[in-house]
Design a protein around this ligand. Sequence first.
Ligand code: MV4
Length: 450
Amino acid sequence: MFQKILIANRGEIALRVQRACRELGIATVAVHSTADAEAMHVRLADESVCIGPPAARGSYLNSHAILSAASITGADAIHPGYGFLSENADFAEMVEAHGLTFIGPSPAHIRMMGDKIAAKEAMAALGVPLVPGSTGAVPDLAAAAEVAERIGYPVLIKAAAGGGGRGMKVARDADGLEEAFRVARAEARAGFGNDAVYVEKYLDRPRHIELQVLADAHGNVVHLGERDCSLQRRHQKLLEEAGSPVLTPVMRDQLGGTVTSALRRLGYRNAGTLEFLFQDGQFAFIEMNTRLQVEHPVTEMVCGIDLVREQIRIADGAPLGYAQTDILFSGHAIECRINAEDPESFAPSPGLVTAFHAPGGLGVRVDSALYAGYQVPPYYDSLIAKLVVHAPTRAGAIARLRRALDEFAIVGVSTTIPLHRRIVDDPAFQAGEYTIHWLERFVSDADRTG
Ligand code: MV4
């Protein structure tokens, strides 16, 4: 087993990885920017190394500084967390070239899933359902028009190098196709240096449902059920649930069976998440994430499996040690992302946290690196805490969530806690009836009604 792991991240996820390391008896190395010298992930690590200036490009994205830190501290593996270098195939390759272990999938699989066209082709060939659309990239407007006529409007033009909502344009009809194609292609070239685009049928009211998988280096693949991540605004998720309010155990088993057999044949290793759109009872694969995700705790709560511990064991070559039938889904979990943001305008709200009190009690988990006296820096993501609740039923989880939100006190910076309180009190949310468009309407309706 590894003796020492360098955690190439900050904030709550750096603490999350440290916790798994500590339970496995592995020493931890924190890296930090000059802005994070007083951060909790630095205080709680066994050792820490300053790797550069506040801007992430010079620090948390500085692969050379991170590899140097690993080298001088004698770390034998690197956990990238989420964001930053977590889905950078070149970084994973450099880590391996230095004789260290990258705690994640192979560079080849990271690279394949980073190319959305390659990811879809691979999944389609392995029997995973897709949204109707072009087979691969469309070379020109005529080819895009041909596909659109075949599948019917509206269609979406997506960038092969996109993902997470960047580089997409809707064409409502044939008249709108030329502009959508031209703009999508120009944005893809400017944004990603790769102007390959593809066409998909536009689904107008889907839910966003993703499936968590774990795969070891010996061909064992299991799924840990789904998360419903439909509650989002401008591609920023705000609240996630496990399981989805609209999935039955039979649907979960069916999707899980398709996905695990595909990943077994692909030779995938470590943790991964397949993203689907779900509409009219049908799943359609859109993308795969080759990292640990922000919302992984809801899956941990319903399965009782520590995903980071599993990532580390898998990277060390250990077999999973359990089969699909050993994984039992128990109860319902909900996560609220608490951001240091104005709950009305969503403008970032960095600054001094003057008081901090986290909720507790049965079925409540708070993942956060916050403390009273901490200065939330303006340079990074505004996520400051994840409130996760677990209860036997969805209604029980909602009641627990409301109670925990009322206990939560963060003073000095504005947070999204008031917005979460309004969401949990909403009848449509309580009924589980929402699509990916629900939250944007909910927020703007509140604007109009004051
Ligand atoms: C779509 C779609 C509708 N139809 N594809 C946005 C992010 C990227 N991961 C894929 N996205 C979408 N792809 C088809 N064919 C709608 C979205 C979409 C979305 C998806 C998941 C979560 C939030 C979203 C918000 C807006 C649009």
